[in-house]
Design a protein around this ligand. Structure first.
Ligand code: OAD
Length: 264
């Protein structure tokens, strides 16, 4: 089974509640600056697997083998094969209607920028501008021994012989945040600043268990700012005061929300 098989068939869709969507649309309409924060669930209806849950990647693979520096050093060819397949799948996948709804919101409302834990590049593919990638990206790689070579484009040539090597002789590592690593400093401080200054936050498709992304809506809530959560399942955020939790999938509810706000 490929890592990015189409899981959209098993997505739960329930009849949407007009009342809650209208309430969320009013909140969006009234807010000055909106910040959107997304996780793996945002991409699920495009065919990208989430990390947790019944069909999650971490049920099938060990995170420490594939997503840690020790794992890459131990078996770099295996790890690179995995990232090569993930990259290939992500390049072939298309953003679903929910992605384009966020682009329309950005155009209509100026939601800038968008924070994501995802490395799949689908927000950029849909046309969102200024995406803050908290967990890095699948587009580039850097020297594992920090010789100074960084942001090498992950193109076909790089994968001819695995693992790809840096010009210094060490192996390259993908520019995704691995377990135990710090998040990119600039991205993180921008995300904190946005959480601390927005009028409304939308949190889409994250289990809310990975820090520091999980703390962003809490920062907003502490200031009395409302949060709209979109997730078919309950999370630690869902029942907090100030949270409107829409238990729907991103691909089904975001287009409805945008229609309710802008009438298109
Ligand atoms: P998770 O896999 O932990 O959670 C995905 C969430 O998406 C769950 O709460 C699902 O209920 C929800 N979901 C599933 N389908 C959805 C849909 N169609 N629409 C909306 N929501 C849906 O993913 P993250 O919270 O993003 O880190 O995980 C955070 C980090 O854990 C990842 O970035 C990754 C992983 O280890 C690194 O690789 C550093």
């Amino acid at each position: 089974m490929s890592a990015e098989e189409d899981f959209s068939r098993s997505v739960v869709t329930e009849p949407h509640s007009g009342g809650l969507i209208a309430e969320a649309a009013d909140m969006i309409g009234a807010a000055g600056s909106i910040v959107v924060s997304t996780g793996a669930g945002m991409s699920r209806e495009s065919g990208v697997r989430t990390f947790r849950g019944e069909e999650g990647l971490w049920k099938e693979y060990r995170a420490e083998d594939l997503a840690s520096i020790e794992g890459i050093r131990k078996d770099p060819a295996l790890v690179w094969e995995w990232y090569r397949e993930r990259l290939k799948a992500c390049q072939e996948l298309e953003p679903h209607a929910g992605y384009y709804a966020l682009v329309s919101m950005q155009n209509g409302k100026g939601i800038l920028p968008l924070i994501t834990q995802n490395v799949d590049g689908l927000h950029q593919k849909a046309g969102v501008k200024d995406v803050i990638e908290l967990h890095g990206n699948l587009r580039t790689a850097s020297c594992i021994d920090s010789c100074g070579v960084s942001r090498v484009q992950m193109t076909g040539d790089l994968f001819e012989k695995l693992p790809p090597r840096c010009s210094c002789g060490s192996i390259l590592r993908p520019d995704v945040v691995l377990f135990g690593e710090q998040l990119p400093e600039q991205a993180l401080s921008r995300a904190f600043r946005l959480a601390d200054s927005c009028d409304l936050m939308m949190v889409i498709g994250t289990s809310m268990v990975v820090y520091p992304a999980s703390s962003l809506p809490l920062i907003a809530l502490r200031r009395g700012v409302k949060v709209i959560e979109i997730n078919p399942e309950e999370t630690p955020l869902s029942s907090l005061d100030g949270v409107l939790s829409l238990r729907y999938t991103a691909g089904s509810v975001l287009p409805e929300l945008v229609k309710a706000v802008y009438g298109v």
